[in-house]
Design a protein around this ligand. Structure first.
Ligand code: C2O
Ligand code: CU
Length: 504
């Protein structure tokens, strides 16, 4: 049945300020919500994406240069079925090398997008590229032999995993954060017959929602500290970069504070926080101030065993939630605003729903959503590991470290055997959303206590709040090879907070 979410014990503190746009911004709730197009296969099971630079209007009437998957931000959505492998061929027509990672995918290591498995643009000078990487001051390329390169890369996804919403994004070593900021992100669904049969809201009543903040320079380009030397010299900007880059414009599916017309019926919201560093704590508020319940039916790695009702829902970078919202009792003609309790001023607003018509609703929320949620017990674990996520020195600059070390491609940080169950104890200094590749995990405890209501289900990202510890448990199965775990504050990740995970 439904349980009521307890209020968060502590509201997460966000360090660092945000970049302010230097261009007039549109009023909230004027731009219609775009729904990214679904990518057509070129033949059954095969997709092609050209990564290219385009000019798009994110702010109405303002041209902005973007790096895109297939010409749009977000990139095209991939719809796939459990147990049906697909291949996605990426061609790089951008001015820099790239790497594609399917976040949350149970993917063989060769297709997982290791940060040095680069896809090069045509004519890219290998040596010049190496120098550029070293010059940027991130993790230095200590083992050039770790670099493999291709012009087009075929990524194969077996889809041997529970249905859920994944997302694909750039993962190039040291440059992930600016690449995602410039637009390299898209959504990817896995579905199956069992989920289809549940009777959840579907079709136009299922909405993929990629939430991401950005800031705009006076010329309409995206503002980002490391991309703009003049910006870098201004006071406070380095600190903002180190803490993680926040923008003052909230985009949903690439549109600023959009509005979407809905029926007075249930909707299924597939929420993704694709922001580099911004945390949200979402609530849905009617024009008359009444708050609507957010009924969570799924987490990062698929459906919960049973729905969990929330008044508000915290969303850390890279986390996804599958949520049902019911507009049935909302007066026709009024709005429901999705707001961010952690924002201030304009960053308090995210998007709005305009309830425009009555409708019949045959959807339902079953009391039991899933029968295959993995559960591991403490006694199953053959190993317990400890990892601290803390600020520290990297070279002669600021770094973010795991267990006191910045990322090095040539060092194996964790080596585990295929099939082993492990407990990891994680502890953070400031807010760090910790993500593991390859596996989903369960959250065993948070701050020495039971997990919070929104920690339910199978996760691939756990949001550690400042000073907090958490225990997670998982089985390392699926594939052997070299994977990663890292902080998903994208700037922290670029500044060293990543480590190698070897499954043998
Ligand atoms: Cu969203 Cu290592 O990834
Ligand atoms: Cu972090």
């Amino acid at each position: 049945g439904l349980s009521t979410a307890a209020a968060l014990a502590r509201r997460p503190a966000i360090t660092g300020g945000e970049l302010s746009s230097e261009i007039p911004l549109p009023p909230a709730f004027k731009v219609p919500l775009p729904i990214p197009s679904v990518l057509e296969p070129t033949k059954p099971g095969r997709y092609e994406i050209h990564q290219r630079e385009v000019t798009a209007e994110i702010l109405p009437g303002v041209p902005t240069r973007l790096w895109t998957y297939g010409g749009t931000f977000p990139g095209p959505t991939i719809e796939s079925r459990r147990g049906h492998p697909i291949t996605v061929a990426h061609r790089n027509e951008l001015p820099v090398p790239t790497v594609v990672h399917l976040h949350g995918g149970r993917t063989p290591a060769s297709s997982d997008g290791y940060p040095t498995d680069l896809v090069f643009p045509e004519g890219w000078d290998d040596m010049a590229g190496m120098h550029e990487m070293e010059g940027m001051g991130g993790t230095s390329m200590s083992d050039p032999r770790a670099v493999t390169s291709e012009l087009t890369r075929e990524y194969t996804f077996p889809h041997d995993q529970r249905p859920t919403m994944l997302w694909y994004h750039d993962h190039r070593m040291d440059f992930t954060a600016p690449a995602i900021w410039r637009g390299l992100a898209g959504m990817h669904f896995i579905r199956d017959a069992e989920e289809d049969a549940l009777g959840l809201p579907s079709g136009p009543r299922e909405l993929p929602l990629m939430i991401a903040d950005r800031a705009f320079a006076a010329d309409g380009s995206l503002a980002y500290p490391a991309l703009d030397p003049t910006l870098k010299e201004r006071p406070g900007v380095t600190e903002k970069y180190v803490a993680g880059v926040l923008g003052d414009v909230i985009l949903v599916n690439g549109a600023p504070w959009p509005i979407h017309e809905v029926d007075a019926a249930r909707y299924r919201l597939r929420l993704l926080n694709a922001s580099n560093a911004r945390h949200y704590d979402l609530e849905a508020v009617r024009d008359d101030g009444h708050r609507l319940d957010l009924v969570q039916i799924g987490a990062d790695q698929g459906l919960l065993q049973a729905p969990v009702k929330h008044r508000n829902l915290p969303l850390a970078p890279a986390e996804r939630y599958d949520v049902i919202i019911d507009f049935a009792d909302v007066p026709i003609g009024s709005r429901v605003r999705v707001r961010n309790r952690l924002g201030s001023g304009q960053t308090k607003e995210v998007l709005a729903f305009h309830v425009v018509r009555t409708a019949t609703d045959t959807s339902r929320i079953p009391e039991v959503l899933s029968h295959d949620l993995p559960e591991w017990h403490r006694s199953d674990a053959v190993r317990v590991r400890d990892f601290s996520f803390r600020a520290g020195q990297m070279g002669d600059g600021h770094g973010w470290l795991i267990g006191g070390k910045p990322f090095a491609p040539s060092r194996t940080d964790v080596s585990t055997r295929l099939g082993d169950v492990e407990i990891w104890r994680l502890v953070a200094d400031v807010h760090h959303p910790v993500h593991l590749h390859l596996v989903g995990f369960r959250i065993l405890s948070r701050g020495g206590h039971d997990p919070l209501p929104h920690d339910a289900g199978l996760k691939d990202t756990v949001s550690l709040r400042p000073g907090e510890s958490a225990e997670i448990i998982t089985r390392f199965d699926g594939y052997r090879g070299r994977y990663l775990f890292h902080c998903h504050n994208a700037e922290h990740e670029d500044m060293g907070m990543m480590a190698n995970l070897e499954v043998t």
